[in-house]
Design a protein around this ligand. Structure first.
Ligand code: AMP
Ligand code: MG
Length: 468
């Protein structure tokens, strides 16, 4: 495996070498051929489990990266990869992919933690990375999942697992904040230069490359958040250390896709104040971008940063409205499409309609009857449908557009729970099944039709916290 090590070569201010702590009796649970193909790997590389489990010496040790962050709004001066290790970058078709192990044991930044990840949370992250990719939302990818016999202590004993994540870089907002907070402006600049050269080279043409870089991060973040909001996704832990400098969805913990529509939905039961509630996500993204702007203030003027940041709201709203109109099958944002969305969301809230089912059933006129049932045959909904029909009459290809925006299959919490419980019994088949489904969520999969139904009653008791 031919790794290059550009991030490690930035130097010891940015990362520290890590000795991997192998898991006992590692077992390859799932290999994501879709992600492997991006690396140019058409078959399973030899001894891959042993290699990823730290049983085969690497030419150069992996590294853990340093960062800080605002966690639930509170400044934490030092965090860092406490249970992740970067193996290096693999180049394919002109793109470098950084491979990162998560759950590979303690690092210099573990702060007393065990450096492990449990099977339960690793399955959730593995499936959700790929579900987001399938939905067309920018995200880190997941290459594979390994389980083991290593006991890991959380609320109870669970098995230690490992996932391999892939992204052009895993650098976060907090990676800049840590140096800015210590007055290390040279390191802030060095890290910005590294990210710009490798990931935002178009900025080098501008009069003020650093400000343009900040602008681009804002644009990508706005697009990502619009994707989350349009697909009903709640991240759950939008701390600045969980915000990617590339605008990728990263660090999946107590995330959740909204089921019965409720804009105040809080997926993380540890989030008592609802700081990261569903409808707060655009505001929080803007707050986090402000924290990033502060960390970059040695590179441009405060007033310049503020005016760029002020643009976030419109960037986000435009992207969101575009996506929501498309979900109705309308290829342009108009006053009518905005009104239709607004009214639909109100009706969905009143009727507690299932968010993704509603939109999927609205995609084709032939399933509008079924959609009506979600609204208790309400007269208001039927009146709304008439308006949609009238609006669609002046647009072409509405059904085709809508079907490509409204997934038939979504990674509902209860589905991940089924995969987890089976895996805990030693049956990993459900993970691969759901992986395939999530990579093609807009297609029909008749063999998995049951996952299009409303979630079963037992699913309502599921509770998610930060424990992972
Ligand atoms: P998270 O909430 O997963 O984004 O993690 C926040 C911080 O805690 C990051 O710096 C993680 O690396 C660290 N962390 C989380 N779990 C562990 C663990 N089991 N051992 C060591 N560090 C951890
Ligand atoms: Mg994190």
């Amino acid at each position: 495996m031919n790794f290059s090590h550009s991030f490690a070569e930035l130097g010891s201010a940015f990362s520290q070498p890590v000795a991997l702590s192998p898991l006992n009796e590692p077992e390859l649970v799932s290999w994501n051929t879709d992600a492997a193909q991006i690396l140019g790997w058409d078959s399973l590389p030899d001894q891959i489990t042993e290699l990823l489990n730290g049983q085969i010496p690497l030419e150069r040790p992996p590294v853990a990266s340093l960062y800080a962050g605002h966690q639930f709004g509170v400044w934490v001066p030092q965090l860092g990869d406490g249970r992740a290790a970067i193996l290096g970058e693999i180049a394919n078709e002109g793109i470098d992919w950084e491979l990162q192990l998560k759950g590979s044991g303690p690092t210099p930044y573990s702060r007393g933690g065990d450096g492990r990840a449990v099977l339960r949370s690793s399955i959730r992250e593995y499936l959700c990375c790929e579900a987001m990719h399938g939905l067309g939302i920018s995200t880190t990818r997941a290459l594979c999942l390994i389980n083991s016999k290593t006991p890991v202590y959380r609320e109870e004993v669970e098995s230690g697992a490992l996932i391999v994540r892939m992204a052009p870089t895993h650098i976060r907002f907090g990676s800049f904040e840590v140096f800015a907070s210590r007055g290390q402006t040279d390191e802030v600049r060095q890290l910005a230069d590294y990210v710009i050269q490798r990931h935002y080279p178009e900025c080098l043409q501008s009069d003020n490359p650093y400000l343009t870089f900040y602008q681009k991060v804002i644009e990508r973040t706005a697009e990502m958040i619009a994707g989350w909001m349009a697909q009903g996704f709640s991240h759950g832990v939008m701390n600045t250390d969980n915000m990617s400098i590339l605008g990728l969805t990263i660090d999946y913990g107590p995330f959740g896709f909204m089921e019965n529509y409720n804009p105040d939905y809080i997926c993380n039961h540890s989030d008592q104040t609802g700081r990261y509630a569903f409808n707060q996500q655009p505001n929080i993204a803007s707050w986090n971008l402000g924290a990033l702007g502060n960390a970059l203030l040695s590179l441009f003027e405060t007033s310049e940063a503020q005016s760029v940041l002020d643009g976030f709201k419109d960037l986000y709203l435009n992207a969101y409205k575009r996506r929501m109109s498309a979900k109705l099958g309308l290829d342009k944002v108009t006053e009518t499409s905005e009104k239709l969305i607004d009214e639909l969301l109100h009706l969905m809230r009143d009727c507690q309609a299932d968010y993704s089912r509603t939109f999927r059933l609205l995609s084709r006129e032939s399933t509008w009857d079924q959609a009506t049932q979600l609204f208790g045959d309400s007269g208001q909904f039927n009146a709304w449908l008439l308006q949609l029909a009238e609006c669609r009459a002046s647009h072409a290809d509405c059904e085709y557009l809508a079907l490509g925006q409204n997934p038939k299959y979504l990674l509902r919490n209860y589905m991940a729970q089924i995969a987890i419980e089976k895996a805990q019994q030693g049956d990993y088949s459900e993970i691969d099944r759901q992986l395939r489904l999530m990579l093609q969520p807009f297609d029909e999969h008749p063999e998995s039709e049951e996952y299009f139904a409303e979630p079963p009653d037992w699913a309502k008791q599921l509770s998610l916290s930060c424990s992972s």
